[in-house]
Structures are given as structure tokens and as C-alpha cells.
Design a protein around this ligand. Structure first.
Ligand code: GTP
Ligand code: MG
Length: 336
């Protein structure tokens, strides 16, 4: 069973939380992280908060092998800090082709007026590292002897696990509209963040995929420049209780209401067969920490049903609180 998780808007939809929940429930053999250190997943479990920029969110279940895909980009300092925080060193696998970001690329990015200005990059060096990789000027994980203990061929390991009928999760980062190809260029990130891109970064062909889960939030946020349809003023967002601040940068996020028409297009392009919606409790306060559909406030259920109708893809997971387990899981809708 291969599940792919991707963000449906501009990142920060709560993918970290959904991924860690699913990893607890499904106990995948392997979870593959894609993307770079510019995305911050926040995971809260039993009151403890973890901030991850490199490791798969599946670390939380204590068992799953944690793989970094060949198309991903890591930074050693960040990796070591996260291994310390999660005590997951023995479960880590890094593909030899994973890109390694250094201080050089971070400095290059800080000095780039377009990226630090209009684009509003998080300045983590990911874009410069990716461009150097394209020019064959970047060192990869295999070039660092200190990483040799973690090396293994991630695509082969995933395919072997699937051959043995085991479960694998692939975790995307950021979101659909930040995709280099399918987002709002130039206000995008340096990678293709959609399901096709995530598969390419993991090195797995599309026919192996069982589920593509697109994760939306009950409202839309974005950081940095670029368009945001229906953008609310900061005061309005605050009044509605939907104001947010970035995990990596601390910047105030721009906000808009949920847009089902946009979500429909996103679900289609990502060939999603499931939709997750997080932060239902922020939109409907009485949904807080509810874990069963029948116990949700009626107006929340009505809203979800309407949204599902408009998107045309089953809504199978609802986020109702900051903790990893604060989820209404309705996946039986699609698994029969
Ligand atoms: P990226 O998209 O990779 O940047 O990360 P992300 O999608 O994991 O999002 P981010 O870490 O920016 O934000 C998630 C935050 O929202 C965390 O603090 C979560 O605990 C919290 N969160 C996630 N889902 C829910 C939810 O359903 N309700 C509430 N109240 N909080 C949630
Ligand atoms: Mg984030």
C-alpha cells in the first residue's frame, strides 16, 4: 500500500500532523520525506512539540524507517538537531543522491534581492542548492563520509517493501500553489510540490500509488509574495481567529477563506482520491478535539459535506486540534 500526502494550498496545511497521525494508524514500514529544509512541520504529541524540517513526520510512531528521498535536500546541522530531538538515528536512511545544502547556498540566497525581496523566500538555501544540483555543482549525500552510515537506495527499499505488501508513506512538503511548475511563478518554491513531483523526488513510478491524499486547511494562508484570491486584512483574520505565524520564519501569514472551487482544481491535478481538511476546530470552535463524525457540531458537518460535494473527492480526514491524534478518520469511506 503506497500513500502519497501533499499540501493543497500554499503549505502549512498541517501535513506534519496528518502524516504523523497516519503513521501511527497504519504503521508503515517506510516513510519517505521529500522537499527541503524550507518547510517546517510542527507536530504536537502528548503536549510535546516537535519542529521538523528534514525527517519524516512518521518518526512519532517509534517504528517506521525514516527515509530521505533522492530528490530531497538536507542540511547536516538541521538533520543532527532533529535526530537528537527525535532519538530516531537508528531508523534513518538517506539516499546517496539526496542533495546537501551548505552555508554557501544560504548566503547566496540572502544576497539575492529577488528571492529575499518580492518572492519572499524563507532563505534556507534550497533554491540555490537546487540550481547548483541542476548544474552538477552541488555535493550530494554520498560525497559526505560522515553520512555514510545512513546511505541506502531509497527507491529500491520502497519497491522491495511494496513487493512484500508492506505500507509506505511518501510525505510531500509545502503546497500545490508553491509548485515551480504548477504554482504561481515566480512566487513559488524551487521544486514541483504536487503529487507527480513528490513521486519523482522519491523515485517511485505512478502505478505503485494506492492513495493520493491532498491536505487542505479550513482556510487558506500563504507567506511571501504573490497572489492570494480573497485575501483578508490582518485585522479581519485576527477577528475571525484565523491569524497564523510561520514556523520557520515567524512571519505573519496572509489569510483567505477556504475556496472549494480552487480545491477542486487542485484535487484534480494531483489525482487525489482522498481529501484531508485540517483546523476544522478553528473554523467551528465546538469541533475542538472531537474524534468522531457524529459528535461534530452540525454546522461543521454541513460545511464538510458541501465542500466534499463541490470538490468531488471524498473527505476522509478532518483535523480538530493541534495534537497528532486530534483527527476524525473516515477513511473507511474509500477503503470499502
Ligand atoms: P508545511 O506545510 O510543511 O510547512 O508544514 P505543516 O503543513 O505541518 O504546517 P505547520 O507546521 O506550519 O502548522 C501546523 C500547526 O497547526 C501545528 O502547530 C499543528 O499542531 C497545528 N494543527 C494542525 N492541524 C490542526 C488542526 O486540525 N487543528 C488545530 N487547532 N491545529 C492544528
Ligand atoms: Mg509549515
Amino acid at each position: 500500500m503506497l500513500d502519497v500526502l501533499v499540501g493543497g494550498f500554499y503549505g502549512d496545511e498541517g501535513k506534519g500532523k496528518v502524516a504523523s497521525y497516519l503513521a501511527f494508524k497504519d504503521m508503515p514500514e517506510i516513510a519517505v520525506r521529500t522537499g527541503g529544509t524550507n518547510a517546517g512541520h510542527t507536530i504536537v504529541y502528548e503536549g510535546k512539540k516537535y519542529g521538523l524540517r528534514t525527517l519524516p513526520s512518521a518518526f512519532l510512531n517509534g517504528k517506521t524507517k525514516l527515509a530521505i528521498g533522492p530528490g530531497a535536500l538536507i542540511r547536516r546541522e538541521v538533520l543532527y538537531k532533529e535526530l537528537e530531538e527525535t532519538k530516531a538515528k537508528d531508523r534513518l536512511i538517506i539516499d546517496p543522491h539526496t542533495a546537501v545544502i551548505t552555508e554557501d547556498e544560504i548566503n547566496d540566497e540572502k544576497n539575492d534581492s529577488l528571492l529575499s525581496g518580492a518572492v519572499g523566500s524563507t532563505l534556507q538555501g534550497v533554491g540555490y542548492a537546487e540550481s547548483k544540483r541542476v548544474l552538477r555543482k552541488l555535493k550530494l549525500a554520498k560525497d559526505y563520509p560522515e553520512l555514510s552510515g545512513f546511505m541506502n537506495n531509497v527507491p529500491e527499499m520502497v519497491l522491495d517493501a511494496l513487493d512484500e505488501d508492506k505500507t509506505v508513506h511518501i510525505e510531500g512538503t509545502q503546497g500545490h500553489f508553491l509548485s515551480l511548475f504548477h504554482g504561481e511563478y515566480p512566487y513559488v518554491t524551487s521544486r514541483n510540490t504536487t503529487s507527480s513531483g513528490v513521486l519523482s523526488e522519491a523515485g517511485i513510478g505512478p502505478k505503485h500509488v494506492d492513495n493520493v491524499i491532498v491536505i487542505f486547511k479550513a482556510f487558506i494562508t500563504r507567506v511571501g509574495g504573490g497572489p492570494l484570491e480573497g485575501e483578508l486584512s490582518a485585522e479581519e483574520a485576527k477577528r475571525l481567529g484565523i491569524q497564523e505565524f510561520g514556523t520557520v520564519t515567524g512571519r505573519m501569514r496572509r489569510v483567505a477563506h477556504f475556496n472549494a472551487k480552487i480545491a477542486k482544481g487542485v484535487a484534480r491535478l494531483n489525482s487525489a482520491n482522498q481529501v484531508a481538511i485540517t483546523k476544522l476546530d478553528i473554523k467551528f470552535k465546538e469541533a475542538y478535539k472531537v474524534r468522531e463524525w457524529d459528535r461534530l457540531p452540525e454546522e461543521a458537518r454541513k460545511w464538510v459535506e458541501e465542500v466534499e460535494q463541490e470538490i468531488g473527492v471524498p473527505v476522509t480526514l478532518l483535523g480538530t486540534g493541534e495534537e497528532a491524534m486530534d483527527i476524525v478518520d473516515m477513511r473507511e469511506k474509500v477503503s470499502g
